[in-house]
Design a protein around this ligand. Sequence first.
Ligand SMILES: [Mg+2]
Length: 246
Amino acid sequence: MIKAVLFDIDDTLLDINLSAFVARYTLGKARILSRISRRPTALTLSHIAKSYLAVTSSNRKDSKTNLEVFNETFLARTGIPLDDPAVADALDYYERECLWDLKGGPVYAREREGARATIEKAQSLGLTVALATNPMFTLTCDRVRMEWAKIADLDFALISHIGNSCRCKPDARYYQEFVSQLGLTPQECLMVGNDARRDFPRPDIALKTAYVGHAWPKRAIWRGPIGALGDSLPDLVSVLNAQEND
Ligand SMILES: [Mg+2]
């Protein structure tokens, strides 16, 4: 029986040029860390990129959080401990005070029509809602994007972020751990996302995905715009629940 709907954020609930956002977000961090380490920004940027690659590596066998792997990789490459209070304070300040400025320009982040209503529809059906965004960013950064999407005031049972997740999408372990934190099984959840690769757990763990976008992913149990999903949700949940009883 479906008990929860898990929503991706970027390009699902929020219109955003994600690659422009990631480029500016990491450049801002690189500038701060370059000032601290007195090294060129371009060099720091490449260390940040390599640290993210360690986080997303499919060869990971560890049980560390993504943040721990990022920080350890960055430390090994640069000698800079990101969890040192002075460094962490500078990065926290950046996350809290400077991200909002990235909203306009090429990032062009704005609420997506029908997104909020679809979340509220799920809640009105008695379903738990949670934000299963790819856990590459901090919770502060997730919250800024939730503000941009005009959904920050809604009651989400869980929000994934770099500090509470041990893998990234589409690794099944990320999804398994996320639904476990909700006290649920994959069969009891419906994932909603725009990414034909990342929003479908690999390998398949029987978590169904409603796909928001223009492609035709084979494993999608529904496809269309986020606003239409709200209208379809009662029927979709009924069908999924009935299939389970067959
Ligand atoms: Mg997305």
